[in-house]
Design a protein around this ligand. Structure first.
Ligand SMILES: Cc1cc2nc3c(=O)[nH]c(=O)nc-3n(C[C@H](O)[C@H](O)[C@H](O)COP(=O)(O)OP(=O)(O)OC[C@H]3O[C@@H](n4cnc5c(N)ncnc54)[C@H](O)[C@@H]3O)c2cc1C
Length: 415
């Protein structure tokens, strides 16, 4: 007797959703992905996938493609507002961790993952906003969408990000996302702007008295090959929602004013900025559980992390891989979800806490406070940076047992 393949309904076609679908397909599951928005390309800013996340892209057959379409980051340098070099971290990542850290456009990553999902015969549905989940104990789980349609599967994976609708099913009166009062602005500028500055393949970041600025190569496009971002405390009474109403020129004036006097090439980057994106920095308090019945949360839906550890996307990729392992190793879905949560929670929560601490370095400092912080960073980075950071990158989710290939074989043989 052969058992039919189990079918996963996956909500969200950001990062975790389509990667989970690819990995589950490879492990013998059926997978359908439902995304709230119509299919689109070119949206979003730049981001970095760390070695721990790159291992998962490699398992999905995408690491080499993203290295070609992005830009390997050879180190992460810190500067003071006046251009004093404070230290450098994350050197030689590929030699030390088996994969490099890679900068890329979010849009390129998303388009590449979605294309790969199509190649793996994942069914992807766009313009399908999940509104309700019905979990019928002895039958399947049903996802209901805003257009009145529905889909039925054996399990449902909520990969629907920080504003997750699936989270409200798993934890009905659970925590909601809250704004931590830091605004992110960012975009892309031509490579020629930083090619002269000796930045090389490093990501350069600057701590100001108030706020933070970063930039680095993210692809080989001469026009758009540099990603930049500015993190700033929201002025009293202002939040990220205030900014989209501003014209490009007003946004640029605001940025040039905020970063006035910061070292080169920051003013030149801001002068050249065209399309400027604005995002609120959101956080979600710890959830009491990540699953309920046949439904589980992964990525930002389970443990949204502010961007200040540069790990949210890599954690989401890790989750996709480790959930696939858990489902291959254990046939009973609820037990598999609990095993997944037990394994993942400590690591995810440690990284969320680190991101919160890092975010606090980007708030407003007095002149003396900024001076002391810069001295402290200069002293501490060479002494403690590796201990504070390397544990995140050294984790390879694809070498932790159980692994999906072996577990899937075991499950098929037993069937
Ligand atoms: C400014 C900024 C910079 C960042 N930089 C980095 C970085 O450098 N490195 C890093 O690792 N991380 C970074 N992050 C964090 C990273 O972007 C997130 O952690 C990551 O995108 C989480 O992936 P996900 O798949 O869980 O969710 P998402 O990527 O948010 O995807 C969720 C998807 O679900 C869809 N969806 C939502 N609701 C529904 C619904 N009801 N029905 C159907 N679909 C739905 C959404 O439209 C979306 O496509 C950054 C975040 C921000 C805001």
């Amino acid at each position: 007797m052969t058992r039919r393949s189990r079918k996963a309904l996956i909500i969200g076609a950001g990062i975790a959703g389509p990667i989970a679908a690819i990995l589950l397909r490879k492990a013998g599951f059926e997978a359908q992905v439902f995304e709230a928005w119509p299919y689109s390309t070119g949206i979003g800013g730049g981001l970095q996938i760390a070695p721990n996340g790159m291992h998962v892209l490699a398992a999905a057959g995408l690491a080499d493609k993203m290295i070609r379409r992005g830009s390997v980051a050879e180190a992460f340098e810190f500067y003071s507002q006046s251009g004093n070099r404070l230290g450098c971290i994350n050197e030689n990542m590929e030699q030390r961790f088996g994969q490099p850290a890679v900068n890329m456009r979010r849009a390129t990553l998303n388009e590449t993952i979605v294309n790969q999902a199509w190649c793996e015969n994942v069914e992807l549905f766009f313009d399908k906003r999940l509104v309700r989940i019905e979990d019928r104990a002895d039958q399947g789980v049903v996802a209901h969408f805003a257009d009145g349609s529905s889909a039925e599967g054996d399990l449902l994976i909520g990969a629907d990000g920080v504003h997750s609708a699936v989270r409200t099913h798993v934890v009905p009166d659970g925590p909601k996302p809250f704004d931590i009062g830091l605004i992110g602005l960012g975009g892309f500028v031509p490579r020629s702007l930083i090619e002269y500055s000796g930045t090389g393949q490093c990501v350069r970041t600057t701590f100001g008295r108030s706020g933070f600025f970063g930039f680095g190569f993210c692809n080989s496009d001469p026009q758009d090959g540099v990603m930049w971002w500015s993190t700033q405390p929201a002025p009293a009474g202002v939040d990220a929602a205030t900014f989209p109403g501003m014209t490009r020129d007003a946004l640029k004036r605001h940025l040039l004013g905020f970063h006035a006097g910061w070292h080169d090439p920051i003013p030149q980057i801001l002068e050249a900025a065209e399309d400027i994106g604005v995002t609120a920095t959101l956080d979600v308090a710890r959830l009491p559980r990540w699953s309920r019945g046949r439904t589980v949360l992964i990525g930002d839906a389970a443990h949204a992390t502010s961007p200040h550890a540069g790990q949210g996307a890599s954690l989401a990729l890790e989750d996709a891989y480790r959930l696939t392992c858990a489902l291959c190793a254990e046939h009973e879905i609820g037990t598999a979800f609990q095993n997944f949560e037990r394994e993942r929670r400590p690591r995810a929560e440690r990284i969320v806490a680190l991101a919160r601490r890092n975010g606090n370095q980007k708030r407003e400092f007095s002149r003396a406070g900024a001076w002391a912080r810069d001295r402290m960073l200069k002293l501490m980075i060479p002494l403690t940076a590796r201990r504070r950071m390397d544990w995140m990158y050294a984790y390879n989710p694809c070498t932790v047992t159980p692994r999906p290939e072996t577990s899937a074989q075991r499950y098929r043989q037993a069937a």
